[in-house]
Design a binder for this molecule. Structure first.
Ligand code: BG6
Length: 479
């Protein structure tokens, strides 16, 4: 039997806690997954009572809940929460947390900037808070501010906590369709049999957002889209799409295949953009806590090559951006024309597999078929599996943070990343920074609600390609 848990959130008045962590806890309450003896301590610098804190949090729960908000569920949820005012940098304040008991387990969520990780861990240790009971930590991304800092941080943290007690979160791993990628690939001969350069023309991975940076100017100025999205979420996605089959589905086996793959990717072309032309009131440079001459990228389009016989020469395109015209995350795998096919002269659409991650979830396969009628026409048709169209699936699909918090509570580390992965993604970020210098990649500006910099479209022209939209359309060709 596991012991009762005390869950402590550092950074409890921040965006992440209000937008994601508290709604996730509330969902778990709705699903009766929060044990009655769970204590949640929300740490913040502001002078607030627990009642005042909950009052601020409540609208976020209403807004962020995938189930209708129910007052009686909220009352049960609120009983777990205590707001604790303290400074993260003042070691003396940590005495409040030092009243630990052997018969409880402790889990700390570092929902703060990485500059504070070391101080919090050291203060927890020196205050005696870690002396009794079992202590685990969840680290929000980014893990460090650069490669050197990340390595230093890892050394410090692993001197205080055992690796098995460190949970590095990448919330994309908690998304249902991302977990589905390996099943779609390895449970279907049809796909796995053709998952190589002989059949695949190109792969595109898109994570397009309509929101801007919201209230996170100071964080974003330091991170930019490369560190915020590419280095973690998109590389996770990419490695699931391209890695070899693992020996089993244990986290160790899966992550070792991911690591193998990530060691083989090389940047071939990079386009960086920033939203807002001059004078645009919604421009990135007009956001709070952003420099008026900021060079931070809010858009990335990256062409990658994989140094592996299986995918040699297959271009992999990643793109992500803020304030674009659409919210959609999806993977498009475009197949080559069939050698010697009688239909090739007609240039029918290429077959394509699209795995939709969000907001719609599903798998779409586009192929060519004869259009019914006397005229000999070929039309592109679609097989659609819309997972999220089924009510029961929607209800059974937890939000990423809901899933991951529950996993951490029950000590399941399957969907958390290990240090080797994190280290490798930092090396890749450094490689990109160097590539940017070597190839003099300049920032391009794009209008809000657009598709991003036009040069990203032009670049794909050279590959006789274009960005695949999230909703592909059907077309007819006459023989
Ligand atoms: C976060 C980034 O990790 O992921 C945000 O810091 C981004 O900038 C968010 O908006 C996207 O997550 P999701 O789940 O909305 O795709």
């Amino acid at each position: 039997m596991s012991k009762p848990l005390t869950f402590t959130i550092f950074g409890s008045t921040g965006d992440l806690t209000y937008r994601k962590l508290l709604p996730a806890l509330y969902q778990l309450q709705t699903r009766d997954l929060l044990p009655d003896d769970l204590a949640v301590r929300c740490i913040g610098r502001r002078n607030l009572t627990t009642e005042a804190y909950l009052e601020t949090a409540k609208p976020w729960l209403v807004k962020g809940s995938r189930f209708p908000f129910v007052e009686s569920v909220y009352e049960r949820f609120a009983k777990h929460i205590t707001y604790v005012e303290m400074s993260l940098t003042d070691a003396a304040d940590f005495k409040v947390l030092a009243q630990t008991e052997t018969e409880r387990d402790y889990l700390y969520y570092f929902a703060v900037a990485p500059e504070f990780f070391e101080t919090i861990a050291q203060n927890l240790k020196s205050s005696g808070a870690l002396n009794q009971g079992q202590h685990r930590i969840i680290l929000e991304k980014p893990f460090g501010i650069d490669e050197t800092h990340a390595r230093h941080l890892n050394q410090v943290l692993s001197g205080i906590f055992k690796e098995e007690n460190i949970y590095r979160i990448d919330h994309y791993l908690g998304k249902e369709m991302i977990q589905n990628i390996l099943t779609i690939r390895f449970a279907n001969r049809l796909f796995e049999g053709i998952w190589n350069k002989d059949y695949i023309q190109e792969i595109q991975i898109t994570a397009s957002e309509t929101i801007g940076i919201e209230n996170r100017g100071s964080y974003y100025e330091q991170a930019g889209a490369i560190q915020d999205m590419v280095q973690n979420h998109l590389l996770q996605l990419l490695s699931y799409v391209l890695m070899d089959q693992p020996d089993d589905f244990s986290p160790e086996a899966v992550q070792s295949r991911q690591v193998e793959l990530l060691k083989k990717i090389r940047p071939a072309h990079l386009i960086l953009g920033q939203y807002g032309e001059n004078g645009d009131l919604k421009a990135y440079r007009e956001e709070a806590k952003v420099a008026k001459d900021s060079q931070t990228e809010t858009y990335v389009s990256l062409h990658l090559e994989v140094d592996d016989p299986r995918f040699k020469g297959v271009p992999i395109f990643l793109r992500t951006g803020k304030r674009l015209d659409q919210r959609a995350t999806y993977i498009s795998v475009i197949f080559k024309p069939t050698k010697g096919s009688l239909f090739n002269d007609l240039h029918p659409q290429r077959e394509m597999l699209i795995i939709k991650i969000q907001p719609d979830e599903g798998v779409y396969f586009r192929f060519n078929a004869k259009k019914p009628g006397i005229a000999h026409q070929v039309s592109t048709v679609m097989m659609n599996f819309c997972q999220s169209c089924i009510y029961e699936n929607r209800i059974n699909t937890p939000e990423a943070y809901e899933r991951l918090l529950n996993d951490a509570f029950i000590q399941d580390r399957t969907l958390f990343t290990n240090w080797e992965m994190v280290d490798l993604t930092w090396s890749f970020a450094s490689q990109l920074a160097q590539f940017q210098i070597d190839h003099q990649v300049n920032l391009e500006f794009y209008s809000s609600e657009s598709k991003g910099p036009e040069s990203a479209d032009r670049y794909l022209d050279a590959f006789d390609s274009a960005w695949i939209p999230a909703d592909i359309t059907e077309e007819v060709f006459t023989l």
